[in-house]
Design a protein around this ligand. Structure first.
Ligand SMILES: C[S@@+](CC[C@H](N)C(=O)[O-])C[C@H]1O[C@@H](n2cnc3c(N)ncnc32)[C@H](O)[C@@H]1O
Length: 464
């Protein structure tokens, strides 16, 4: 069935989501706006729910021109009735599609439960127990089906209970709060379509987004956000960002060795391990309680055999030079994670160590705060200054003329830094082997961060 859908996405994730729906769902009519990606797809709903970069999934009901509302509530209600609610037939049709998709989803969930139970049953020895379990499965499935049918009956009868959840911004938000608009829209739907308002346990949630540029109405297809991964027992880095770090890596990472030297509870490793079933993963952290949680997360999603965990410092990675194909690392900042060293000071040494263990041709993907990203740039400026003073250094500098993806033109082309003062001698220690591929700004909610992607290239130092 061809469906008009849209997903919400965190700031900076829209482009990745648009690519993901095209790549994984063969979606058409893909259109991205700030915080949302619209698309058409006939992929089955279970496949759609496997999207990794999206926050929430909606069935599109209406995408119209932005509206402007008069201050007079009665006149505003009339505009809303015409511009936000519009044609009742479209709502009826969308409701039928929504109901059919709920049934499809429930069917695939039941098949999933049944498969899992069958796998469990294979382990049981007593045939009598197996028979009991099958009866139980059958009974609970029948019970579930009955309950679902009751819920779907209401929506099939075209009089579902609903509530409106509204978000508005821009000019509209100066005259109306989202709550007040939600009430007006709710009244209009009730009068126009005969649906029943239920603020506590509605069958449907009608989601409305009004801004200076958009008027979007949709119905969520799932109760839970796609972004809240059921397989994470302990939450770490936002799963969508962890996935973005993997997907921004310029090369497929199957058959590769991948290291996260500051893995925390393992969010990055888990997302990468789901994406690359043939890769080998190693996670390191100095905090044993984080490693314990990482181990529990891996166990909860059956990945414990695929990821090795090690208590060790990223400042001294116990691996040989060139031992890994990629390093993915969410470098700590802010107060959430303790860090024995001052990160801006430690950053050069950390980078040096990560660069050392990556093989030539391998990749480094870093999530850095804006402050640490600036530190990276400052270091590079320092090098440019030195380069100017000492022309013999120039053959150590590599730039990437094909780098068309960088967000800003002043994005670093090469990581270069000096040996930290705690290390021996004051001779500059330059890393000239990390070539910038791309820099991507993302939102972590309360703050923004950059994902930096580098590829390790051959330099004179390596060829010796
Ligand atoms: C930003 S958190 C990583 C969060 C991780 N991506 C997750 O999803 O949980 C950074 C981690 O670095 C660890 N850490 C701090 N200093 C370290 C060091 N020198 N070597 C290794 N790990 C370190 C902290 O214990 C913390 O777990």
């Amino acid at each position: 069935m061809m469906k008009h859908l849209y997903c919400t996405a965190g700031a900076g994730m829209e482009e990745l989501l648009a690519e993901e729906v095209q790549h994984k769902l063969c979606a058409t009519q893909v259109e991205q706006i700030s915080g949302r990606v619209f698309f058409c797809s006939n992929a089955d709903l279970h496949t759609v729910t496997q999207l990794k970069s999206a926050e929430r999934l909606f069935l599109l009901l209406r995408k119209a021109e932005p509206i402007s509302l008069p201050n007079n509530p009665a006149k505003a209600a009339a505009v809303i009735k015409q511009s936000v609610v519009g044609d009742p037939d479209i709502w009826k049709q969308t409701l039928l599609t929504w109901t059919a998709l709920q049934e499809e989803l429930q069917g695939s969930q039941q098949r999933g439960h049944k498969r899992r139970r069958e796998e469990e049953e294979e382990d049981e020895e007593e045939s009598l127990t197996v028979a009991d379990e099958s009866t139980h499965t059958l009974t609970s499935s029948t019970h579930l089906l009955k309950r679902q049918n009751e819920t779907n009956k209401e929506s099939r009868e075209q009089t579902p209970s609903f509530r409106v959840s509204c978000r508005c911004s821009g000019v509209i938000a100066r005259s109306y709060t989202s709550q007040r608009l939600g009430r007006i829209i709710g009244m209009a739907i009730k009068e126009h379509l005969g649906w029943k308002v239920d603020l506590k346990e509605p069958v449907l949630e009608v989601n409305v987004y009004l801004s200076n540029d958009h008027c979007v109405v949709g119905i969520p297809l799932l109760k839970h956000p796609l972004a809240s991964r059921s397989y994470m027992k302990h939450n770490g880095l936002r799963s969508t960002i962890a996935w973005a770090m993997t997907s921004l890596c310029p090369k497929q990472l199957n058959d590769c060795v991948i290291l996260d030297p500051m893995c925390g509870v393992g969010a990055v490793l888990l997302e990468a391990a789901q994406e690359y079933s043939n890769a080998v993963f190693l996670g390191m952290d100095t905090d044993t309680s984080q490693l314990q949680k990482a181990a529990e997360n891996l166990k909860a999603c059956g990945m414990e055999g695929r990821v090795q965990l090690l208590c060790s410092s990223a400042m001294e990675i116990p691996l040989a030079d060139g031992a890994v194909d990629a390093v993915l690392c969410d470098i700590p900042f802010g107060r959430k994670f303790s860090c024995s060293s001052d990160m801006p000071t430690a950053l050069p040494r950390l980078l040096r160590e990560m660069e050392r263990v990556i093989r030539v041709g391998g990749h480094l993907v870093l999530l850095l705060s804006l402050q640490l990203s600036a530190q990276l740039k400052k270091t590079i400026c320092t090098h440019k200054h030195n380069q100017h003073l000492n022309s013999s250094d120039t053959n150590n500098v590599h730039t990437d003329p094909s780098n068309t993806h960088n967000e800003s033109t002043d994005t670093p082309k090469t990581i270069t830094f000096h040996k930290p003062s705690s290390e021996t001698s004051n001779t500059p220690l330059l890393i000239s082997s990390l070539q910038a591929q791309r820099t991507h700004r993302v939102s972590l909610g309360s703050t923004d961060a950059f994902i930096h992607i580098y590829t390790k290239i051959q330099t004179q130092a390596h060829s010796h």
